[in-house]
Design a protein around this ligand. Sequence first.
Ligand code: C2E
Ligand code: MG
Ligand code: MG
Ligand code: MG
Length: 281
Amino acid sequence: SAKATGRGNWRRYDPATSTAVGYRLELRTALRQALQDDALMVEYQPIIALGTGHTAGFEALVRWRHPTRGVLSPGEFIDIAEESGLITPIGDWVLATAIRDALEWPRTASNTYPYISINVSVQQFRSTGFVDTVLRLLTETGLPPARLVLEITESLLLRDDDKVWNDLKRLRQWGIRMAIDDFGTGYSALGYLRQVPLDIVKLDRIFISTMATSTRQRELVRGIVQLTRTLGLTVVAEGIETERQRAISMSIGCGYGQGFLFARPMSHEDAVAWTRRPNAE
Ligand code: C2E
Ligand code: MG
Ligand code: MG
Ligand code: MG
């Protein structure tokens, strides 16, 4: 109708919209440049064994040192990276960087080397030669496969895809552990945990925050954690910000936790110093 056309026209010239479109285009071009200019960096956030307080591993989290806008967090550019196909080269760069950094971390107070947990997008996982890239990096660097965790999301498992399935199995046969990230925010939830080749479940932080205020929610999450453990999977509670959240996470059976209560994501140098501390809390 004329009205709809009118609205469409108006929208096309809406200064707010055109600014947003322009901003995204600008970011896309700048992101491609950033990859070439070494303007991306990786920070590491400790993953803590809740029983002992020792650091079990670190999660790698990418950042972008934008020339004029300061340091951007993934929430500000991962979407753009995905729709422009840049997520795969960015992810491969994070993989190589984080593995190299992890090799320099010393033993922790519990006399073990921390593992490195790396986020893998659906696109990157499905890209040609992904598994070979991972295995080649391990061979070249000498990082033991047991020190590598790959974090995938529920969306990778949505379609019943033999290739994805076989790749997951192949990675696990090499001793690499697979984690499901942001667990509970996706679609299929508990049903597939029984079948999918997985080692670790990272409980989304929405559960951790609501658990502290709602008894009903806590019992629900306790059930999820118990089922997960029955299946032989390790549970990491994400986004622990308070002492109370830590205590509840522990009491419902989460073996590990990650969050601002313990530490914010930090530089590689700080991760080395963090690992070296004699008394990890
Ligand atoms: P994620 O994998 O679930 O990572 C955890 C996010 O929660 C990180 O945000 C971390 O800084 C934040 N966080 C940790 N503890 C707390 C806490 O106690 N409270 C709160 N409010 N937040 C906490 P970040 O670094 O902004 O990353 C956001 C997301 O971007 C990640 O969520 C992950 O999905 C994605 N991402 C980060 N790095 C990469 C990467 O290298 N590749 C891919 N594909 N995605 C990445
Ligand atoms: Mg993650
Ligand atoms: Mg997560
Ligand atoms: Mg999350």
